[in-house]
Design a protein around this ligand. Sequence first.
Ligand SMILES: C[S@@+](CC[C@H](N)C(=O)[O-])C[C@H]1O[C@@H](n2cnc3c(N)ncnc32)[C@H](O)[C@@H]1O
Length: 364
Amino acid sequence: MKETLKFERYPATRNVSLQAWNAADEHLLKHLAEEHLKDLKIAIINDRFGYLTCTLSEYDTSSVISYKSQEKALELNSALNSITLDKKRNFDPLMGLPGKFDLGLIKIPKSKALFELHLRQINASLNTDGTVLCGFMTRHFNPKLINIAERYFDNVEQSKAWKKSRLLVLKEPKDVETTPGLKTIEFDHPKTGKVSLQQYPGVFSSARIDPATLFLIDHLKLSGTEHKILDLASGNGILALTASILNPEAEIHLMDDSFLAVESSKLNLNSEKANFHYCDSISELDQQDFDLIISNPPFHFGHETNIEVSLKLFKEVHKSLKPGGKFTLVANKHLNYKTHLIPTFGQVSVLAENRKFIIYECLK
Ligand SMILES: C[S@@+](CC[C@H](N)C(=O)[O-])C[C@H]1O[C@@H](n2cnc3c(N)ncnc32)[C@H](O)[C@@H]1O
């Protein structure tokens, strides 16, 4: 096990208290130190910055990559430590893992549904005498994690706390059906009436359309001159779908950092009319010069509240709009995005606001 490696976060943060790993990662490795790793085939899941993947790079590991930013973090940290990571050992969260595994290491994600998807994926590929270790910070514990684990494993134990982290140790995989766990959201779309959307686990707002998004849908109007539209941070694609309803002639693009979000939006929009981008940076799109960019931008990164990603995206939005193009976004009022938008856009107005949410229109 490599022990003196350097790690950086991608996306970068100015908050020095945020690290590229935490005690839950260390706890997972501490638990392994006693085992005979070289004989094991290991699956690593939800390793956001590559700490586990790089530290265990000399062993037979496969990593599940769910985010474009995660893929980039892994590339960054492997390069930083002169480690060559084999791309063939990276898998997406809907793909079956190759062959059978002896050990699964899961950093438990914030979304319980996503945790369950990861458990289904590893359950299907674990040897009957294999073990899955799931690391989490004690403050994020929820008894439902145990209930979920017990659906897939007969033997579920919780470790003692160490540095405010714990492990779930799962053994004896059950023989269960593996489904991708698609969820359906049905709602009355203010522009068209009944709409039914599908999404994979872990995609934003799985029980209902987010109230901020609904507020934007209620107020979104297109003039008909917006030919090229980007739904930035598109999730299940609801805003892109709305734009395509308001202007069926427009060229629609969707971009999200989450693989499962992009795959979900493919289920909800006609692929002949929409263009899907699994991407975390607008400047990397082969398409630029948008007439309109619409968004309910992210302000969480895993368990952290974090607007740095959005502030970076706002600067990219300005570059990717046509001169005269418009950026329409909805946000929680308390985020006070106006102070960040004005230095970049100059012209920022409020399209609508209520007690909780605000919609800004920014002109280039
Ligand atoms: C608040 S949700 C909005 C989702 C969807 N537009 C809706 O209204 O339901 C924010 C989305 O931003 C995505 N995201 C986070 N960082 C991103 C980035 N750098 N680039 C693109 N999307 C990102 C998340 O995966 C999530 O789907």
